[in-house]
Ligand binder design. Structure first.
Ligand SMILES: Cc1ncc(COP(=O)(O)O)c(C=O)c1O
Length: 367
């Protein structure tokens, strides 16, 4: 029996090969023409001025912090519920991740808890748009503006998601997206930083290429600062360009998958689907659920070839960032109770019916 999994890439092989053929004909697999085109298309789609591709969502966050001037030991606030990449990017940049509790209803950083964690050393805030949610972004922007805190959005899971007609990832100084295989479009690995600031963009371009500015001619180039090699490749861009062509279809499909779950699973106090605000433009990359008997449900589904995914451990329980739950009680309440349901772009109605029927059966027998 075919496995139904969380998410898998949807790649038009013929179309991708056609673009790749041009890359290979020009004998230039490195960052070049197709990457520029991919970045331009991203700017047009997200309605943002500049885009700098990079090797992953993780390096996108790291680069954005560096390009915005993060300094050693700056405090950078992040939500306690996120993928470790958020915290690791901060640590890599030499700064200190400060963990703030989340709001249980939307899994986003809790504004009240946030206010309590701001100190004189707080220089950045990284809101994480979990599964594509960004309901509180305007409040976050207001709080940060008053306190002169810069915002780098971790929009790794929110490509195409909006809040009130504006794309998530375009509210702060910079927005970071991931093109890892479980995202709405994938380039194998990869990411992008977007910004409306020319200064930040020029910093991004320089930093991702060894501190080099201007045309690349070889050893005699001008290297103006320290830097890294986070260049993207034209081969990766072939994948990205091909998938961007039907981004609207992809977005509609993800909405449909989530709506189907909401309509067809009988929720109760022990099993809840976390809301998305469709009217405001939020796009569900995956459907996340709260379930009191999560592990039992996970294993029940797994036995029937339905493979869900457990939520991340709260950051404060992970070895490098270990601390008590003292100011993180909401994170404690949801730990080991959350998971994602299969939300693959190619999921059929039959497969979704199967998942819903199984969950309804489990809930009936496990009340
Ligand atoms: C919330 C969040 N932040 C950052 C990342 C890191 O992205 P990448 O895996 O492309 O490095 C991910 C991952 O996939 C993510 O889900």
């Amino acid at each position: 029996m075919k496995k139904i999994i969380l998410s898998k890439p949807l790649i038009n092989i013929t179309d991708t090969i056609n673009i790749t053929r041009n890359v290979l004909k020009n004998n230039f697999p490195n960052e070049g023409k197709q990457t520029k085109e991919f970045e331009k298309k991203i700017c047009n789609f997200l309605k943002v001025k500049y885009a700098a591709t990079t090797t992953s969502g993780t390096t996108a966050i790291f680069l954005a912090l560096k390009a915005c001037g993060v300094k050693n030991n700056d405090e950078v606030i992040i939500p306690n519920i996120t993928f470790p990449a958020t915290a690791n990017a901060v640590a890599m940049a030499g700064a200190k991740p400060v963990l703030v509790d989340i709001n249980q209803k939307n899994l986003l950083i809790d504004e009240k808890a946030l206010l309590k964690k701001i100190t004189k050393k707080t220089k950045f805030l990284i809101p994480v748009h979990v599964s594509g949610r960004g309901k509180n972004i305007k409040n976050i922007v207001n709080i940060c503006r008053k306190k002169s805190i810069k915002i780098i959005e971790d929009a790794a899971e929110a490509f195409g998601s909006k809040y009130e007609k504006k794309f998530l990832g375009t509210f702060g100084e910079a927005g970071c997206f991931s093109f890892a295989p479980n995202k709405i479009i994938t380039t194998g690995q990869g990411g992008v930083v977007v910004t409306n600031s020319k200064k930040i963009y020029l910093n991004l371009k320089r930093l991702k290429d060894q501190g080099r500015v201007g045309l690349t001619s070889g050893g005699e180039d001008s290297y103006r600062s320290k830097g890294y090699n986070f260049k993207f490749s034209n081969l990766q861009s072939s994948l990205g360009l091909s998938q961007l062509k039907n981004i609207n279809w992809r977005m509609k499909k993800l909405n449909k998958i989530h709506e189907y779950y909401v309509k067809n699973i009988r929720q109760n106090s022990k099993f809840k689907i976390i809301n998305f605000n469709f009217k405001k433009g939020e796009l569900p990359l995956w459907t996340d659920v709260y379930c009191e008997k999560r592990n039992k449900l996970f294993n029940f589904l797994k036995a029937k070839n339905v493979i869900c995914r457990y939520y991340w451990h709260p950051m404060n329980t992970c070895f490098p960032y270990k601390s008590s739950f003292q100011t993180l009680s909401n994170s404690k309440k949801i730990q080991k109770k959350m998971m994602w349901l299969p939300s693959s772009l190619d999921m059929s109605l039959k497969e979704q019916k199967k998942v819903c029927n199984l969950i309804n059966l489990f809930l009936k027998n496990n009340n």
